[in-house]
Design a protein around this ligand. Sequence first.
Ligand code: SER
Length: 603
Amino acid sequence: MSSSELRQKFLKFFEKKGHKIVPSSSLLSTDPSVLFTTAGMQQFKEYFLGKASPYGNRVTSSQKCFRTSDIEEVGDTTHLTFLEMLGNFSFGDYFKKESIEWALEFLTKDCKLKKEKLWITVFEGDKEVPEDKESREIWKELELAEGKIHGFSREDNFWGPTGEEGPCGPTTEIHYELSKKPCSLGKKCLPNCKCGRFIELWNLVFNEFHQDKDKKLTPLKQKGVDTGMGLERLVMVIQKKSSVFETDLFSLTSESQEERIIADHIKGSVFLASEGIIPSNVEQGYVLRRILRRAIRYGKVLNPVRDSENREKSKKERISNGVKMPKNFLIPLAQKVIEIYKDVYPEVKSKEADILTIIQNEEEKFAKTLEKGNKVATLKITRAGKLTADIASNLYESEGVPLEISKEIASSKGFKIEKNIDVYFGKFFKKHQEISRAGAEKKFGGVGKKAGLEEAKLHTATHLMHQALREILGDHVKQMGSDITSQRLRFDFSHTAKMTDEEKQKVEEIVNQKIKQDLEVKKEEMSYKDAIDSGALAFFKEKYPEKVSVYSIGDPSDPSGQVFSKEICAGPHVNRTSELGIFKIKKEESSGAGIRRLRAVLE
Ligand code: SER
């Protein structure tokens, strides 16, 4: 049975039981407290809480889900970031008995799985919520042997809520026994054992409570059912494969852990990109960047087959060091994903061009980051003789080098890594994300979205103009003041004579030429002293803090490594000069002895 047939079979089964088939919702969650849709119930959340459902009280769906919670486990036989969740839902309609009976019926009759291979878990109860005896009884009545039904705690058999608050409740789970091979735990090897004997197939959640922001549970007026079964896992069992990656939802032929990771991440990337997400340093964009870059890194491990020079290098060295990837190796993989899903999720086909462009651009960006980042990281780590969280944080902030890469570089060269580096880096990273987020909000978010963007453009234009003035009038030009609104820039600088029309025109020409060149605007954090030593311009009247941001505008692929402009500044700035438009000087006048004032706009 193909995955498409199975998906349909599931939906039709529940349609026959009076459920309305509802299409998958977007991967972008409407709940601001979560980034993605991680479960089928999310789009129905409020119907569990009593709001009338426009689809009636029984619905079924196959939902696109994206989860980063299992990312470290991706690469084994069953864990994924992107998955499809088959589910049936009841909003105050049927409850435990029907849910359990139908689940068993679907698996044993429609999917022809052997009942003997099914194992059941139920909630064993704790101080707050009583044991779910009812579910256990129902399973027993269905002739599931007592020895196959096991109680587990909250961690395993209680689900929800998604986000900060919402419906939740005890669960009963159906696990499938893949092999008879007992593990070293002997009789204690039960469902949820990590040995690979069992696979968790279907989670039936009985929403009986509402959990509020303080984690307080209150019984819901109306009880609900929320079930979720990973399509990939069901297909794996039905198609008798030993991993989800061998099913027709992936069709990987030669499997290594790296290949699985790449296959998972590229699929996730295709679906995230199809939702209009683009790689960035915050929120969903950051997740997309992370999985794409992770896929690229793992691609490097596989590459040596094609690159004899690097074949001898250790795996770790290959990931971190200058092993060149075949260009755009992710593109054919993304096309394969689109091919597999185009009929079920037409958005991946209609957005194909965008998706491929996003992937290609990120691949190129990361290649550049890695090339330069690796050199700097190797230098810094070698100089220190070890990798500390401080060094890793600095490498991430200034060069975009991910922690994993810094670690790989350090260990491939035999340097020690600071204990608990993940924890320390995690703290730094959280702060960094908050700052980036605040910056992005200030720049582009909220009410002042448009105004913020205009200001960012004018900040960048000011830097270009400052450098152009120095080129035309001389190095004595220094910033004496600056005032930027969303409409115009105003810039005071040291210079004695009135500017001629020709000089003004030349300054305009240089700025517009730099805009046309689409230069990158790069931000780095460093000490004030390092900034000045590295030649960054500063506004001499200003008192700067210990750590400052330095914005460089230049072409990162320029072999000389020289940038056009480098200045200490608090921003905000745009990412590329091409965003600016056309630069025009509006007025030039005196602003005191030896000081000139320029007003300019972007059109
Ligand atoms: N919400 C539950 C889960 O995601 C069941 O659908 O596992």
